[in-house]
Ligand binder design. Structure first.
Ligand code: ZN
Length: 287
């Protein structure tokens, strides 16, 4: 899933390639992808892209007529830039194509989504705050006012696991399953630690790795085309998605904990005093 660094890089890519262009047409390839009906997608025709921004993991294309085309790529979605789009509009069907935006010079992009759970969402609104997932976002961790004190306030009194807090878009915007694994590994912190148990030094250290991890991920993907971002994200991960591999810091074997619809990865030596965390799926298999 694209998280804050990838969405930030996609926004920068679109600022370079699409800003200043008029839109020729926008098509939703499936009934479920477009979450709004007023204004209609056809109202974009001829409108000029004036800016491309990001809210958490949402991408925002702003037009000269005050509209915002807001996109959330969900877990299996991606943006594929094309110098020359096919001229025929997309046909609904089983292809991964979810949405297509064509510009006045024939270029544009496809939003694609793999898998059977279709969660990719597109909204056309007059105000980004009309999008429910945008209006409820917590502070952006790369904003200037996201200070150690801000983070302390967000964590204080929260008797929930720090992994869940980092992933909760209503608490902090833009961090998902992958970068929360990376942040906790860099902070040498157990994903199961309660947020309320962090002292001042823990919070300051966590703040530094949140900002550092996200900024270095953006730096690595700077200048990469949309096509290469996914590979770069994967290559930059120390523990996420690397179960069974060696921790790049200490050499211990990276382990995972499975949940109903996701899993987390961590290094026992770096993060949990050498003790593996309980994994319900593993204990079920061993019975
Ligand atoms: Zn380690």
């Amino acid at each position: 899933m694209p998280e804050l660094p990838e969405v930030e890089s996609l926004a920068a890519f679109l600022r370079d390639h699409a800003a200043g262009h008029a839109m020729a047409r926008a098509d939703a390839a499936s009934f479920s992808v477009l979450k709004t009906f007023d204004p209609p997608l056809t109202s974009l025709n001829g409108q000029v892209i004036t800016g491309v921004g990001r809210y958490g993991k949402f991408l925002d294309i702003a037009t000269d007529q005050g509209l915002h085309l807001i996109m959330h790529l969900a877990r299996a979605g991606w943006l594929r830039w094309r110098e020359e789009l096919p001229s025929a509009p997309p046909k609904p069907g089983k292809s991964p194509l979810a949405f297509r935006l064509a510009l006045d010079d024939g270029s544009g992009f496809d939003l694609t989504e793999q898998g059977t759970h279709k969660r990719l969402a597109v909204y056309l609104v007059r105000d980004p705050a009309e999008v429910p997932g945008v209006s409820t976002l917590g502070p952006d961790p790369l904003a200037a006012d996201f200070t150690v004190e801000t983070l302390a306030g967000l964590l204080s009194g929260r008797r929930t696991q720090v992994k869940g807090v980092l992933r909760d878009q209503r608490i902090i915007a833009g961090i998902g399953n992958a970068y929360s694994d990376e942040v906790l590994h860099a902070a040498k912190m157990s994903p199961f630690r309660l947020a309320s148990s962090l002292d001042d030094a823990d919070v300051a250290a966590l703040h530094a790795v949140i900002v550092g991890t996200l900024e270095s991920a953006i730096e690595r993907s700077d200048g990469l085309g949309a096509a290469d971002l996914k590979a770069e994200k994967k290559a930059g991960m120390a523990v996420h998605g690397r179960t069974g591999e060696k921790c790049p810091v200490c050499g211990d074997v990276i382990r995972e904990v499975s949940f109903a619809d996701s899993s987390l990865q961590y290094c026992p030596t770096c993060q949990t005093g050498g003790k593996p965390l309980a994994d319900r799926r593993m204990s079920r298999l061993l019975k």
